[in-house]
Ligand binder design. Structure first.
Ligand SMILES: [Zn+2]
Length: 78
Protein backbone atom coordinates (compact mmCIF):
# COMPACT_ATOMS: atom_id res chain seq x y z
CA UNK A 1 0.00 0.00 0.00
CA UNK A 2 1.12 3.52 -0.75
CA UNK A 3 0.01 6.80 0.75
CA UNK A 4 -1.32 9.12 -1.95
CA UNK A 5 -1.76 12.89 -1.93
CA UNK A 6 -3.43 15.16 -4.44
CA UNK A 7 -2.36 18.72 -5.27
CA UNK A 8 -4.99 21.30 -4.40
CA UNK A 9 -3.98 23.40 -7.38
CA UNK A 10 -5.95 22.61 -10.51
CA UNK A 11 -4.34 22.46 -13.95
CA UNK A 12 -6.10 22.84 -17.27
CA UNK A 13 -9.43 23.49 -15.61
CA UNK A 14 -10.22 20.43 -13.52
CA UNK A 15 -7.07 18.30 -13.54
CA UNK A 16 -5.12 17.63 -10.33
CA UNK A 17 -1.83 15.81 -9.93
CA UNK A 18 -1.51 12.84 -7.57
CA UNK A 19 1.73 12.12 -5.71
CA UNK A 20 3.10 9.56 -3.33
CA UNK A 21 3.97 10.76 0.16
CA UNK A 22 7.67 10.30 -0.57
CA UNK A 23 7.69 12.46 -3.71
CA UNK A 24 10.09 15.40 -3.89
CA UNK A 25 7.53 17.30 -5.94
CA UNK A 26 4.79 16.95 -3.32
CA UNK A 27 3.55 20.42 -2.32
CA UNK A 28 3.62 21.73 1.26
CA UNK A 29 0.79 20.76 3.61
CA UNK A 30 -1.32 23.73 2.63
CA UNK A 31 -1.17 22.80 -1.04
CA UNK A 32 -2.15 19.16 -0.86
CA UNK A 33 -4.89 16.83 0.35
CA UNK A 34 -4.35 13.32 1.67
CA UNK A 35 -6.28 10.72 -0.32
CA UNK A 36 -5.40 7.69 1.77
CA UNK A 37 -3.74 4.34 1.15
CA UNK A 38 -4.03 2.42 -2.10
CA UNK A 39 -2.09 -0.34 -3.83
CA UNK A 40 -1.58 1.71 -6.97
CA UNK A 41 -2.89 4.63 -8.98
CA UNK A 42 -5.47 2.49 -10.78
CA UNK A 43 -7.05 1.46 -7.50
CA UNK A 44 -7.15 5.07 -6.41
CA UNK A 45 -8.84 6.10 -9.65
CA UNK A 46 -11.35 3.26 -9.41
CA UNK A 47 -12.51 4.48 -6.01
CA UNK A 48 -12.74 8.10 -7.03
CA UNK A 49 -15.65 9.83 -8.72
CA UNK A 50 -14.31 10.96 -12.11
CA UNK A 51 -17.00 13.61 -12.35
CA UNK A 52 -15.49 15.39 -9.39
CA UNK A 53 -11.92 15.87 -10.55
CA UNK A 54 -9.67 14.43 -13.25
CA UNK A 55 -6.60 12.93 -11.58
CA UNK A 56 -3.20 12.66 -13.20
CA UNK A 57 -0.38 10.45 -11.93
CA UNK A 58 2.85 12.33 -11.23
CA UNK A 59 5.50 10.98 -13.56
CA UNK A 60 8.25 11.56 -11.00
CA UNK A 61 6.98 9.40 -8.14
CA UNK A 62 4.30 7.25 -9.74
CA UNK A 63 6.75 6.08 -12.39
CA UNK A 64 8.42 4.04 -9.65
CA UNK A 65 5.18 2.12 -9.27
CA UNK A 66 5.41 1.19 -12.94
CA UNK A 67 2.03 2.72 -13.50
CA UNK A 68 0.77 2.37 -17.01
CA UNK A 69 -1.24 5.41 -17.93
CA UNK A 70 -1.42 7.77 -20.86
CA UNK A 71 -2.49 10.56 -18.53
CA UNK A 72 1.01 11.61 -17.56
CA UNK A 73 2.36 15.07 -17.26
CA UNK A 74 5.01 15.90 -19.79
CA UNK A 75 8.23 17.58 -18.78
CA UNK A 76 7.06 20.72 -20.55
CA UNK A 77 4.47 21.30 -17.85
CA UNK A 78 6.91 21.73 -15.01
ZN1 LIG B 1 5.12 13.07 -7.48
Amino acid sequence: MFCFYIENRKRFGNQQVVHLKSCDLLPEKTGRTKLGFFNDFQELQAQHDPADVFMIACTYCCKSLQIKTDQRITSREN
